[in-house]
Design a protein. Sequence first.
Length: 650
Amino acid sequence: MRHLLGLLLLGVVGWASAAPVDLEHYLKRDEFGQVRLSPDGRLLAVTVPFEDRTGLVAIRRSDMTVTANFYPTAGNHVADFVWANNERVLLALAEKFFLLEQPQPTGELYSLDVRGGRGELLVGYRLDSGGTGSLIQRRQSDAVSAFILDTLESDSHEVLIRTWPFDSSSPTTRAERMDVRTGKRTVVARAPVRRAEFETDHSGVVRLALGAESDNASKLYHRSGPDTEWELVNDQISSGRVEVPLGFSVDNRTAYLSVSQPSGPDAVVAWDTESGERSVVAQDPVGDPVRVIVRPGTRIPVGVEIDLPTPHTLFFPGNEDVERLYRSLEAALQGPVRVTSGTSDGQLLLVFSGDDRNPGDYYLFDNQSKRAHRILSRAKHVDPARSATTTAIALSARDGLPLHGYLTRPVGHDGSALPMVVLPHGGPYGIHDGSDYEYERQLLAAAGYAVLQVNFRGSGGLGYRHWQTGARQWGLAMQDDVTDATRWAIEQGFADPARICLHGASYGAYAALMGVVREPSLYRCASGSVGVYDLPVMQRESRREARWMGNWSRDWVGDDEIALAAVSPNRLAERIQVPVLLASGGQDTIAPPRHTEMMATALRRAGKPVQVLHFPTEGHGFYKPDNQRVYYRKLLDFLAEHIGGERAAP
């Protein structure tokens, strides 16, 4: 009877979906991932995702013929790569340990000869096993994690890497010079602070180190040359600021820093390392800098990319020529652009363009003829004209804090009085929702739902104050932000107040369950995947980790067990008045399945309707296609039953 009433209501408001949802369309993997141009422009290096691994192929650009490839064994992935020179690509590897949804970096570096096809593992714990691929040559194992730092354009055979030893939970970072043919390494710098990242100048000298001790307070150090002592530039404890290096000017004198502000987004500051003079060269009114734009053919910073509320660029004074280039590319490709790589002479640029309706295309731009042509699409099966549109929204929280988010509406609908899924993101700290193409929200929109996402306090990308105001606000002000955004959508007429459901994963699952605890009459159902639901238990688990992790968890989540219990959904199950769907992974160490078990048990004891899915071989998210199909089919059934959208096609 309830389902029939829901269908009648749908007819009243005029909503209709064209057809049941084709899950395969939305669960299909992209055909290509990262694409980068060789320094001479003759080859492309392209990552290729498969069901259980991510490989890399080198393609001759003149005829798009594969010249070399690297396909690791199951569970292994190419996480990142750079062109070390025209003959070799240096790959950073990752592995799926049956613990996490996404593969995690292993600290291994692999060198691939793109013309001969021969490859060799240069750094990593599996050097003596040959375990990531059949082409790997055996060496003595290495007890460090290594990450690419600088390709050293002046040297065709050596690069700089940063390494962490395995034997410390808060390691001291080293910068090492490595031969990409032999793997031979020489230490060139040691960081003055633990867990550090480095920044080099254009001569390949390690000049800046950013890290933190167990107190998690950011510290930035500088040195003027390879033989000088490190000097402290910024200590977050005393300054109240976080300063992150972005690169150096062409003369190596000015360092560009992303600097947090007392309010609003981070500013880009030019710091004269000799005189100490500082000046702001870029600051957006809403969003933080997320990526550096460099002058074509160089590593010289000339601007920054901003993600929020929608992707756009800012350029430093004196770089009007590069800004004109970007504006012309944006106009020609009718959307935001990102130059992902280019030739060493700056004549050819590889340009990526994508948006809320398109996962993205790669174009080759000739800087001399000023012409661009498409060479690869990430996902040819996606038709942008048939994708839902995501619109940036802005509102104020009940305490006046500005909030930014996104509303996605089904194709062909006028956007009023829709059934709505509120989708809080995971993390939660430092993570943010953006306007790029997302398969899950497209899937939900295809089922006829409006999808609401809000970057609640604690989210990244909107300035340090927005991030900091989320500290110790689990289930409190962070939850109020989600509620305020939901009520805003109702007031604007986008959502039918009788048909709204909360759905999320990880922290988003926690927020979904706390949402129906705090607002029992606002939502009609809640879905939580791989969530944590008992905060005292979570905090006791975190204290078993490294000291810095325990300190971080105390500072950001809290350590008062009574207060944490008061915002733990599994201890408040009697307040929940709506049906709940829960899902967990048996190998999850981030949100162990016991959290889902405790939540389900509490709901059953309180006499509340709950359905539970458990995937024994999955971790913090569902990685295998068969499991994804089961999960999303069940999710669409659950939503259809309670707020009346489409189900998955048979």
